[in-house]
Design a protein around this ligand. Structure first.
Ligand code: ZN
Length: 97
């Protein structure tokens, strides 16, 4: 599987570290809403299809990326820096090979 880092270009998945679900929203640090914290820490989506994920290019530029990956085909439809900045044009990469 290839992931296209907006900075480094297409790289093998072995250079990246999965950082988690990109859909979660962290409660405010001072929040005492235990249900919100419980959901943030433990609840996970398990979609069959496109999934927003955070990956770090740990073997490269170390940037955190927002990746949309199809969980069935492993096809990646877009990547972008997780904190705004440049956005990679939508691209298609092959699934698992
Ligand atoms: Zn990179």
């Amino acid at each position: 599987m290839l992931i296209t880092c907006p900075y480094c270009g297409p790289r093998d998945v072995i250079e990246f570290t999965y950082q988690g679900d990109g859909n979660r929203e962290r409660p405010q640090a001072a929040s005492q809403d235990l249900d919100a914290w419980n959901a943030y820490v433990y609840d996970r989506l398990n979609p069959a299809g496109d999934h927003n994920e955070i990956w770090q290019h740990s073997g490269g530029c170390r940037a955190h990326l927002r990746v949309v990956r199809n969980t069935i085909t492993h096809e990646i439809s877009s990547t972008a820096f997780a904190r705004g900045g440049h956005k990679s044009a939508g691209h298609k990469t092959e699934g698992r090979s």
